[in-house]
Design a binder for this molecule. Structure first.
Ligand SMILES: [Mg+2]
Length: 640
């Protein structure tokens, strides 16, 4: 179903729900409710209603009230039904018990009233998302966090791994197996861990790992652990135990998780697509020690697993596997070629900055683009040592600009990153040229020339030598910290995040089951919020039933993505820590570079205005943004 159609349905829902038979018959209350509607509506219909007072009938809600037999002060409320089925609108009175401001309200059994509201809401949701609605999202869409006009972009930059080159998932199992073997061979870990095969889809990108406790978990944008997503080894940790371990809260303090690149002293965030097998190996080895009652220090285990996975990269195993069978491991190379060809054909300048070695990149690019791939690029830099490529000497350069070259004399003590004690002395890595065999040359680099390959270097020299500054440059990468953060925050380049997980998650969002579960979850949450003032024993039991159903719906919607950790973008209702960083560090994000093929090179991406919480009632035509609240605004009238 198209979005316009859904929007129309949303509006229809709003109009229809505003005709919902009303509980309070008194004119005084009608006027008051109308006043509340004004505060919740941005257009003039509510305003006219209340300014003129007598014109309240112009409000659809008021019209409905006048038409409804249940609104006659003398009309007794018909007996309500406990269950309402089908599309036929309920005729039961929804008179709300316990409202003290009207003496004419007919009191009814609170349990019956609440269930009538529940059924009414269910029917509204059914109308909004009828059976068969699916495929609302196109997996090839590019999403915008900021407005980007491609007409203004003349220079396109790319990371290589998981940006130009997408890899098959089969690589994950190979990295896992090799690192597990390293643990046994080089770190003398028990042979028992050999029994732990790779578990596809166990972990997801963006999770946090508590190094000291040995726990893998998902944290939201506000530093709260999503309960139900904490794993010790391969087993979930009960919520009560999580709260106990974190001092009675599931909030992780800033100083534990902070660190610009996601590395706090106690928590590590896994942001790399390559880190999926590492998280799985951590879980498996923890599980082995716990299951076999072997005492161990989780800190040692974390470091050993990290080193073992690092060796797979450092020793070149991964590069070797891919180079031996590029057809097997590199996906959709023809699409990468199509993107690059299109950009070059339109006169755009291209550059590549990657941490991978030249021989590896050359092999992959020859496969995807052809042996003349270097003709596509104006500058190629390999083994760039990102993120340091983008941020080395930032502080020195910035301070020199603001204060002068003697800026350090203003300070008694300057502490910089501990791993760079010589930051101010030898931090600038100059560019070095590689010859056609990939051997390092010793000549001083005074220009970055097309057709040449350069190693290392730093962004400041890059900017000085190319003059490529500001928003005319758009750089694509998959690592939010290493690829995009510095460019976005410090240098003003435009950034595009490649998030391969979008493709899989879009498939889930496009299912009818997800659309219906999520919409009903939102509606039920709104219902619980509005009806919570009913605190008599019968009502309390109904509300407990609803809260239980809400928990079940949350689990259902989470498990559709990943049974352990759910979506990489959402906790129950908040953005994840990953999601917040994605919004902060990328102007655009998409599943793969090939999404660019769906847009012409003069296209402007406009971010959608998403409602803040206090704006949500105004957004009648948006799904899942609280649009269900407005039909019941009048019921909140007593809350000031
Ligand atoms: Mg990459």
């Amino acid at each position: 179903m198209s979005c316009p159609k859904l929007r129309n349905m949303g509006r229809a829902l709003w109009q229809r729900s505003n005709r919902t038979p009303h509980l309070s018959p008194s004119a005084k209350i009608q006027a008051f409710a109308c006043g509340r509607m004004v505060s919740g509506l941005s257009d003039g219909q509510g305003g006219n209603c209340c300014k003129s007072g007598a014109n309240c009938a112009s409000n659809p809600s008021a019209t409905a009230m006048a038409d409804s037999p249940s609104l006659s002060p003398s009309s007794p409320s018909p007996a309500h039904r406990h269950q309402v089925v089908g599309n036929k609108r309920s005729e039961e009175s929804l008179a709300m018990p316990g409202r003290s401001y009207s003496s004419t309200v007919t009191k009814i059994d609170p349990k019956t009233y609440l269930w009538a509201r529940y059924n009414e809401m269910k029917r509204l949701v059914h109308d909004l998302i009828p059976p068969g609605v699916c495929n609302l999202l196109n997996p090839s869409t590019i999403y915008a966090n900021n407005e980007v006009n491609l007409d203004e972009v003349n220079i396109y930059g790319f990371d290589y791994d998981y940006t130009l080159a997408l890899y098959s998932n089969s690589l994950d199992a190979m990295i896992y197996n090799k690192a597990r073997d390293f643990l046994m061979e080089h770190y003398k870990y028990p042979q028992g861990i050999k029994k732990y095969d790779y578990i596809p889809n166990f972990a997801t990108r963006g999770l946090h790992y508590d190094i000291q406790k040995g726990l893998l978990m998902k944290i939201d944008a506000f530093h709260y652990i999503q309960l139900g997503t904490v794993y010790r080894g391969l087993r979930p940790v009960p919520d009560e135990e999580v709260l106990q371990m974190y001092g009675g809260t599931h909030h992780i303090p800033l100083h534990h998780v902070s660190g610009f690149y996601g590395k706090g002293p106690k928590m590590k965030q896994f942001m790399d697509v390559f880190s999926i097998p590492e998280m799985t190996l951590l879980a498996a080895t923890n599980d082995f020690f716990i299951s076999n009652n072997i005492e161990y220090d989780p800190v040692h285990l974390y470091k050993d697993v990290s080193d073992a996975v690092g060796m797979v990269h450092i020793k070149g195993y991964m590069y070797k596997w891919i180079m031996q069978d590029v057809e097997k491991f590199i996906l959709r190379g023809d699409e990468t070629y199509a993107v690059l060809h299109r950009l070059v054909s339109n006169g755009k300048k291209l550059f590549l900055i990657t941490n991978s070695p030249f021989s590896f990149v050359d092999k992959g690019m020859r496969y995807m683009v052809g042996k003349d791939w270097r003709e596509f690029f104006d500058v190629v830099i390999v083994q760039a040592d990102k993120p340091h490529f983008f941020n080395d000497c930032v502080k020195d350069k910035g301070m020199r600009y603001m204060v002068g070259k003697d800026w350090r004399e203003f300070f008694d003590v300057v502490i910089v990153q501990a791993d760079k004690p010589h930051f101010f002395n030898d931090c600038v890595k100059p560019f070095r040229r590689l010859d056609c065999n990939g051997d390092l040359q010793w000549d001083k680099i005074n220009s970055l020339d097309k057709g040449q390959i350069y190693k290392q270097g730093n962004l400041f020299d890059f900017l000085r030598l190319t003059g490529w500054r500001g928003s005319k440059v758009l750089y694509f990468g998959d690592h939010l910290y290493s690829d995009l953060a510095d460019l976005m925050l410090r240098h003003g380049w435009r950034t595009g995040a490649i998030v391969p997980e979008l493709e899989v998650e879009t498939k889930v969002v496009n299912t009818e089951q997800y659309a219906q579960s999520l919409t009903w979850l939102q509606a039920l949450t709104g219902l619980v919020e509005r009806m919570q003032m009913h605190r008599d024993p019968e009502s309390s039991k109904v509300l407990q039933d609803w809260l239980k159903e809400r928990e079940e719906l949350r689990a259902v919607t989470k498990n559709l993505f990943n049974p352990q950790f759910g979506s990489i973008f959402r906790t129950c209702h908040n953005p994840t820590y990953f999601s917040r960083r994605l919004c902060r560090f990328s102007d655009l994000y998409m599943a793969s570079l090939s999404c660019l093929l769906n847009y012409d090179l003069s296209y402007t991406f406009y971010p959608r205005r998403t409602p803040l919480q206090h704006e949500a009632p105004l957004w009648m035509d948006q799904l899942c943004t609280g649009c269900m609240k407005t039909p019941f605004l009048e019921e909140m009238a007593h809350i000031r």
